[in-house]
Design a protein. Structure first.
Length: 221
């Protein structure tokens, strides 16, 4: 043992030398572990296999409904016409405390030759026609002419009589007659027996003409 201690360099202890060797060995082993290349099975490059996959065609476009060109008719609301519509463009009415003063124009007089208008008279009142006096209605029918009785003939007479203000017949005019005998009988009866309420205008009696018809019938004899 003494021989081994003397063989080491001067000043170096065996324990410290052994520890240094262990530390250095551990460092070298660690470096080798990280630096040394990894040995393993060789990996070959893979080949990419490509194939064409057909893409389905796009669907046909959906046709949208065409808008109708016919315009939508709105329901018409009937508005009755307004009778005598009031105007809407009238100016506003201005009110004043005092009425407006109308300027007076001087009277220059009427020029010569100017016609003076006369006041128009009111129209006369209507004429109320004459009527048969009911007190003498039983004397209206004339006597049947004897010549016409012998012939057994009916007749008609239309006359126009002038009625005076007293209601008596003043004149008789023939319009039509079946025979002269019928007219003569009617004329005599009208002048002697017929009585009327005379025509009046505003309550005043007036002469007037009136048409009368007379019938002669055998059945009434």
């Amino acid at each position: 043992m003494y021989t081994n201690r003397s063989s080491l360099p001067f000043g170096i202890k065996p324990v410290g030398f052994g520890a240094a060797m262990i530390v250095n060995g551990a460092l070298i082993a660690g470096l080798y572990f990280f630096i040394a290349p990894t040995i393993g099975p060789m990996i070959r490059d893979t080949i990419l296999d490509t194939r064409n996959i057909p893409i389905p065609p796009p669907p046909p476009p959906v046709q949208k409904p065409k808008p109708t060109t016919e315009a939508v008719r709105e329901p018409q609301i009937y508005t009755p016409p307004v009778a005598n519509p009031l105007p809407t463009d009238l100016p506003p009415i201005k009110t004043t405390a005092d009425p407006p003063i109308t300027p007076q124009t001087p009277d220059l007089g009427k020029p010569e030759g100017t016609a003076v208008s006369k006041p128009v008279d009111p129209p006369p009142p209507p004429l109320i026609i004459a009527q048969i006096d009911p007190r003498y209605a039983g004397q209206f029918q004339p006597d049947y002419p004897a010549s016409e009785i012998a012939r057994e003939r009916d007749g008609k007479v239309a006359v126009r009589v002038l009625i005076g203000v007293d209601g008596r017949v003043k004149a008789v005019e023939q319009l039509s007659a079946t025979s002269p005998a019928f007219f003569d009988a009617t004329r005599r009866q009208a002048l002697s027996k017929w009585r009327f309420k005379p025509a009046t205008r505003g309550g005043t009696p007036e002469e007037s003409w009136k048409v009368m018809n007379v019938r002669f019938e055998m059945k009434n004899l």
